[in-house]
Write a protein that binds this ligand. Structure first.
Ligand code: C2E
Ligand code: CA
Ligand code: CA
Length: 743
């Protein structure tokens, strides 16, 4: 209908030139309309994804703030105070839930009456999911009556909870749940409080002001909470409920594509509108971005300020949903710095921290507003690149990211070079399942590193066998942990003359149905990565305490992974195992590595204090391989250091190691610590350690790790060890046999 104005010109102007110009203009216009129609759909989709991401971020931020408010309020309440004013004005009700058998509200002022809980019961069960792990690993079971001696001090009164949206017959609610730890339960004036599992549950009706705030913070208009996505094509939805809960945020999507098309009145106007529209769109993105930054805080990585894993996975879920509803796909990039550890070791942690911040900034500078970069922890980053259909779409970005991190970093005048490796998976090409996509990116990253680092690699379907194999290994391990597929071996730790059994170190093995006996180096890392280490560690400790009960006077050492030690329920778990097995705490030794301390020194110090108060002894394992700061030895209450076997291994080759061993033994002795050397294989090493004054020895020369029956046998001989057999004095065959048996 706008074309006639041009044909009129055609009638008035008689020259050929005008006809040609008109034709060209008309053709251009037709092309433009086509391009615009295509661009409109594209723009609308991108805008919808972008809005959805911002909404998820703003809503997560509200929920996290709410969790914190409840946690603080619960602490006040346990101290005997009324809930603070902000909690009273925010929450409609706060219930005390008894989770011992099912979920029910308990009657206890100042908590709300149980009757009012019925409306929320179904929703509460839905939001319990994320904290179930905390409840079962950290809080299960009773606390014995002899723990009132301050042993529980290291436990926070409450541990982190979870919040989510639920829909009830009475409308939408934002609910939070915070489990009560052992120490928290002790504050409850109930006779059997110690034997039960409790959590505090608070409900907050979704008022218009709440939704308006989320809408404002994410730059969308007319936001509502609904139980089912609307069929209205003008409405957009994003799921935000807990697993299995149908709750959606619904909004009128800003459709920049429609706006652009609607504004085309004439060719001139259309050009103007196109540019103006694009510019306006870009600037709203920027503005909204600034607001988003303010609301992100809760989903932010504390060090670098970019989104953290929690926020990233939520946005990832939104992008997957978007792709599943017919939107464009995206790429997931996993990025790992190549030489970060050496920067940390060479320049120290402060410089390492600056490096992480600088890396985050450089990465962010290379992304569009619709992309997102997050820090997953350590030197790991993840990027979501939107609007990707095929690998070619993200090669350019991957190259750019590699290039920007190859540039030297100037850190306090020191020039540092790093670089990175990138693994990429594409949704929906590789999968539309979050876990699978992440695993694909992880595998691609592994391949990029294996191919020599400083490069990117795509996930290839040929690798899916490997993914499958890994997944099945994980599944096998889970089954093994649950169904008794693990075995515990024990390696003697002997007196310095090698004659007397003093202690044993428990070392776990996995008896795989088809692959045979698997050494811990092949599965401890996997267990840590896949969240199985808590269960594994608990099994090991319980079994070690049970087995060692039959070995009077012999101490038992248990290796504790950093993840396990940092878990807020760890001290409670140790206490529980000691209570349940009746094992003497002074015979239990925990072997910790320096990584335990490095990341959270205060938390570690508290936990160590509590453990020592129980009588448990603490050994610093692998001394000499990590940061090995003498400060740790002074500040932290270790009883013992174990000199890493790598020093003994290289001692004969390089005189330097011998000097280190020499000074470590002297240092340990002068600090009043027991010094143990591990990995003693030859009589020369033995003589050297004897001369230096090491207190205890461990190594194949005295015994490889053996089954418990073997330790019982030695105990039956009064703890007298068989004759030491240095590896340099036995035949090669026997060495091979002994080494093989050790695994
Ligand atoms: P680690 O704590 O340093 O344990 C000592 C390792 O050195 C054991 O390997 C032991 O078999 C080996 N070893 C002992 N004497 C000698 C020797 O004379 N020469 C040589 N070359 N090696 C010797 P294993 O059993 O394969 O354990 C490897 C690592 O796996 C352990 O290192 C520990 O970090 C971890 N690990 C083992 N069991 C557990 C567990 O229950 N929980 C956790 N978190 N980690 C465990
Ligand atoms: Ca150890
Ligand atoms: Ca060790």
């Amino acid at each position: 209908m706008r074309l006639p104005s041009f044909s009129k010109r055609n009638e008035t102007g008689q020259s050929q030139g005008l006809v040609t110009i008109s034709l060209i203009t008309s053709l251009t216009l037709v092309c433009m309309v086509l391009v615009l129609a295509w661009g409109r759909a594209n723009h609308n989709q991108e805008a919808e994804l972008f809005d959805g991401n911002r909404l998820v971020a703003a809503a997560s931020s509200e929920l996290l703030a709410q969790s914190r408010l409840l946690k603080d309020s619960v602490e006040e309440m346990l101290d005997g105070h009324a809930p603070p004013e902000t909690a009273r004005s925010t929450f409609q009700n706060i219930f005390l839930l008894d989770l011992t058998d099912g979920v029910s509200a308990a009657r206890l002022p100042p908590f709300a009456a149980p009757e009012a809980f019925e409306d929320f019961k179904a929703g509460a069960i839905g939001v319990l999911g994320p904290i179930r792990g905390q409840l079962t690993s950290g809080l299960r079971g009773a606390v014995g009556s002899d723990t009132g001696n301050g042993a529980g001090q290291g436990l926070a009164k409450t541990i982190s909870g979870s919040s989510n949206f639920i829909m009830t017959d009475r409308g939408g609610f934002a609910v939070s749940i915070v489990p009560l730890s052992e120490a928290g339960r002790l504050g409850l004036p109930m006779t059997d409080a110690r034997n039960r599992m409790y959590a505090v549950f608070a409900v907050r009706p979704i008022a218009d002001t709440f939704l308006t705030r989320i809408a404002r913070n994410s730059g969308v208009a007319t936001l509502s909470l609904v139980k089912a996505p609307s069929t209205d094509p003008a409405a957009s939805d994003v799921p935000i409920g807990a697993d299995g809960q149908d709750v959606f945020l619904e909004w009128r999507a800003d459709r920049p594509g429609d706006r652009l098309l609607g504004n085309i009145g004439s060719m001139l106007v259309s050009f103007a509108a196109l540019f103006a529209g694009l510019l306006a769109y870009r600037s709203t993105l920027k503005l909204a971005d600034a607001e988003l930054t303010a609301t992100r805080l809760a989903g932010q990585d504390a060090l670098s300020g970019i989104p953290n894993r929690l926020l990233f996975t939520r946005v990832l879920d939104n992008a997957i949903g978007h792709a599943q509803r017919g939107g464009r796909g995206f790429a997931l990039l996993y990025l790992d710095l190549d030489r970060f550890k050496s920067v940390n070791d060479t320049f120290g942690h402060d410089v390492g921290d600056k490096m992480i911040i600088a890396v985050a900034q450089r990465l962010q500078a290379k992304l569009r507003a619709t992309d997102m970069v997050a820090r997953f922890g350590g030197d790991e980053f993840a990027i979501l690149q939107s609007g990707v259909g095929s690998p070619a779409d993200c090669e350019v970005l991957a190259e750019r990211l590699l290039a920007t991190l190859r540039e030297p970093f100037d850190l306090d005048g020191e020039e540092a070079l790093i670089g990175c490796s990138i693994g990429i998976s594409i949704c929906p090409r590789d999968s539309s399942d979050r876990e699978v996509l992440m695993r694909c990116a992880d595998l691609a990253l592994y391949n990029a590193k294996r191919a020599g680092r400083n490069r990117f690699a795509f996930f290839e379907s040929a690798l899916s066998d490997q993914v499958e194999a890994r997944r099945s290994t994980e599944e096998d391990l889970r089954i093994a942990i649950e169904n008794g597929g693990l075995e515990l071996y024990y390696q003697p730790i002997v007196s310095v003359d090698g004659r007397k059994l003093l202690a044993v170190e428990s070392l776990v093995r996995w008896r795989h149905p088809t692959k045979g006996l698997i050494p811990p180096s092949d599965f401890i890392g996997l267990a840590e990565k896949r969240g199985l280490i808590l269960q594994l560690g608990e099994w090991v400790m319980r079994r070690a305490c049970e087995d060692a009960r039959q070995w009077p006077g012999i101490r038992v050492a248990v290796n504790v992974s950093a993840i396990q030690f940092r878990h807020p329920g760890f001290v409670g778990v140790v206490q529980k195992i000691l209570n349940e097995t009746g094992f003497d705490p002074t015979r239990l030794e925990l072997e910790l590595t320096e990584t335990v301390i490095v990341e959270d020194a205060d938390g570690a110090e508290n936990a160590m204090f509590d453990l020592r108060a129980m009588g448990v002894r603490l050994a610093l394992d692998d001394f000499g391989t990590g940061y090995s700061s003498l400060i740790y030895l002074r500040r932290f209450a270790f009883d013992k250091i174990k000199i890493d076997k790598s020093f003994l291994e290289s001692m004969e080759a390089t005189g330097e190691s011998a000097i280190i061993v020499h000074s470590v033994v002297h240092l340990g002795r002068s600090l009043g610590l027991t010094v143990v050397a591990e990995g003693v294989e030859t009589s020369e090493q033995h003589r050297f350690l004897q001369a230096l004054g090491a207190h205890e020895l461990q190594g194949y020369m005295f015994s490889k790790p053996v089954q418990p029956s073997e330790i019982s046998r030695i105990c039956a001989y009064g703890g007298v060890m068989p004759e030491p057999r240095p590896l340099d004095q036995v035949g090669d065959e026997e060495v091979t046999e002994r080494l093989a048996g050790a695994a």
